[in-house]
Design a binder for this molecule. Structure first.
Ligand SMILES: [Cu+2]
Length: 388
């Protein structure tokens, strides 16, 4: 870092010196030979440079589309996902079209109308009609995009309570996610960080009757085709619940509950067997195999082969282990989901188990406890010393 700063300082000093020498030269008065006025030859070179630049720029752009095209997400795995993707696609298409036309014209005109001693610039003050056209077109296009975006937004964000969405809490803390299902009553029990104690790591209110059947889980299982309403809570700092495959993201803010709802439409199994995912997994495993041979050669264990799973990620840089803040999501048939849910312990059961354990521990404490041998020995030794 210091070396880098020293280099910058030296470069700036050199620049200052060069600029000062230029000022001295200029202050000497006009010198025909070292004229600062561009010649026709200079203008031709610069014009050509503009043309070459824009051509290289477009080549680079096309190359990036081709090369990074592989890294696009697969088709959305949620009901609203296609609306979101359409909005994104239309916005990019509009921006790309305007970008290509304006950049091409800008650099081409720079070349075409390059300076020439024989040409004289046309004095052209203004043109109302032209100004009207280049104002009204962006206004109409932007208003259209914004209106379309607003409708899409309200479509996605307004969760219809009549659909009976499954209510799930996502609890964020540095650096993990925990899910809390609302149980048979589909209502989450109240919670507050002040109640965090022992196994009650989410601070669920034990006295709230709605909390009894809540289910706390470290893996997010979702039934395919059923709307889910996520209630998001954070224990410490800002996090962001990011479900890229479901085209969903919502900030998780300490001190308040935010929400986002979506309907998963593609099970984990279906996504795994899709053409896109099979190809992607094959590519990843190819890279892992190559890396494994190097690892094995160094006497280390090889990498596991990769299998696709949906993940909930954190998309706010929330601390040192932010990159690893994730929770596996399993989208499955309603039957499988119900079976999984039935295996889980309810909050009431977890608390009862903890209380039973505590009572047992207390019961044991009431029995007389023999002092450990070590303590006895030291006491004996001290007694002897005192006697002597
Ligand atoms: Cu985070």
């Amino acid at each position: 870092m210091t070396v880098f700063l020293v280099i910058i300082v030296l470069a700036l000093l050199a620049l200052t010196g060069w600029q000062m020498s230029k000022i001295f030269q200029l202050s000497k008065g006009p010198d025909v030979e070292s004229s600062q006025v561009a010649t026709d030859k200079d203008n031709s070179t610069q014009g050509l440079n503009l043309l070459i630049f824009v051509i290289l720029f477009f080549i680079l752009m096309i190359y990036c589309f081709w090369y990074y095209g592989n890294f696009y997400l697969p088709a959305a795995a949620s009901e609203h996902g296609s609306q979101y993707d359409n909005l994104m696609f239309i916005s990019i298409a509009v921006i790309m079209t305007v970008q290509v036309i304006t950049q091409a014209l800008l650099f081409y005109f720079g070349y075409k109308y390059r300076g020439n001693k024989t040409k004289k610039a046309l004095f052209y003050a203004d043109n109302d009609r032209l100004e009207f056209i280049w104002t009204i077109i962006p206004v109409v296009v932007l208003a259209g995009l914004i209106l379309y975006g607003l409708f899409t937004w309200s479509n996605i964000m307004n969760v219809n309570e009549d659909d009976d969405p499954l209510v799930v809490e996502l609890y964020a803390k540095q650096f993990s996610w925990t899910a809390r299902y609302s149980g048979d009553d589909n209502t989450l029990g109240k919670a507050n960080v002040r109640f965090i104690e022992g196994v009650n790591q989410l601070g669920v209110d034990e006295n709230d009757s709605y909390a009894e059947d809540d289910i706390v889980a470290t893996e997010l299982h979702l039934p395919v085709g059923r709307p889910v309403l996520f209630k998001l809570r954070s224990q410490d700092v800002l996090h962001s619940a990011y479900f890229p495959h479901f085209r969903a993201q919502m900030n998780v803010v300490p001190g308040m509950i935010t929400q986002f709802g979506f309907t998963p439409t593609v099970t984990s199994e279906e996504m795994r067997s899709s053409e896109y995912m099979e190809e992607k997994v094959r590519r990843i495993n190819e890279i892992r195999r190559e890396n494994s041979t190097a690892l094995v050669a160094n006497g280390e264990s090889p990498l596991d082969s990769y299998e696709f799973d949906y993940y909930l990620l954190c998309n706010k840089i929330c601390g040192v282990a932010h990159y690893n803040m994730q929770m596996k999501i399993v989208v499955e048939s309603p039957e499988k989901y119900e079976a999984w849910l039935a295996e889980q312990q309810t909050f009431g059961e977890t608390m009862a188990a903890q209380d039973a354990e505590e009572n047992e521990a207390q019961g044991q404490q009431e029995e007389p406890i023999d002092a450990p041998a070590e303590v006895l020995e030291t006491t004996e030794a001290r007694n002897q010393e005192e006697e002597n």
